[in-house]
Design a protein around this ligand. Sequence first.
Ligand code: G3H
Ligand code: 13P
Ligand code: ZN
Length: 323
Amino acid sequence: MNTREMFKRAVAGGYAIPAFNFNTMEQMQAIVMAAVETKSPVIMQVSKGARNYANGTILRNLAKGAVEYAKELGCEHPEIVLHLDHGDSFELCKDCIDNGFSSVMIDGSSLPYEENIALAKKVVDYAHQFDVTVEAELGVLAGVEDEVSAAESHYTKPEEVIDFSTRTGCDSLAISIGTSHGAHKFTPEQCTLVNGVLVPPPLAFDILHEIEKKLPGFPIVLHGSSSVPMEEVNTINKYGGHLEAAIGIPEEQLREAAKSAVCKINIDSDSRLAMTAAIRKHLAEHPGDFDPRQYLKPARENMKKMYIHKIVNVLGSDGKLAQ
Ligand code: G3H
Ligand code: 13P
Ligand code: ZN
């Protein structure tokens, strides 16, 4: 399904839909298990990097399998969106639309304003013919990932959002209010030490509220919303990893954002951390194991636990299936 009804209900209900990235079968399984157990709608998203890694055809069929799997797990009417994350060209979006994606993101956020509008509008005009919903982005997030990189962030300008959403016709708008991609969102110098814990600067809720005033009820998206749990970072470091100064977005702030028009929250890095922590722990404790199933099973369990936690305790999308 596309995101239209899902977002309408989420904005009205004061919760957010989880948008979890997946690159592997184990991530897909963990996402579906978590969504079914919590009776939550879910967005499964695929980046350009994921397509390069796993192959677009395989990922799309994994997503088809996800719907069947959810039914097999006992969910009669699963609500699953297959979404392209950070599409960077019309051609990539078109390819996904032509091949069964129900939602795409066109990320023209690094382009000049008018070019961002022109590109987003071109994707919207094409996508809407097939009832595929489109997320566009205004404002720049900091962070370096495989396919997404920007040295510094530029908050979304509230004075531009009406013009942008009207002229592009986009269905949802990703904004920049202080989140960023990856597991190193802030330097220790940007944080305050409270009871031995580094607390990052708060998100720009003033900008979010101004945007909400300009676009009442319009679906807003937050990227870069991993919280980088200390527990997983500590496990990785304990068992041979080396992650320094990994700092994410505090969950209380995401909970707060989910109550507003923020109706889609993107989480990828936390899944990577949960997977890596479980694999490192398992292999350190069972040095003789070499069957991937032996370490991928605990990895899948740990991701599922994390997804359930996000759904229930952070986003509040549990029990929100329409039927
Ligand atoms: O926002 C970016 C996502 O975390 C996807 O990352 O491009 O490394 O697959 P990726
Ligand atoms: P994180 O790196 O914080 O998980 O953000 C993921 C994201 O925004 C995917 O589009
Ligand atoms: Zn993103």
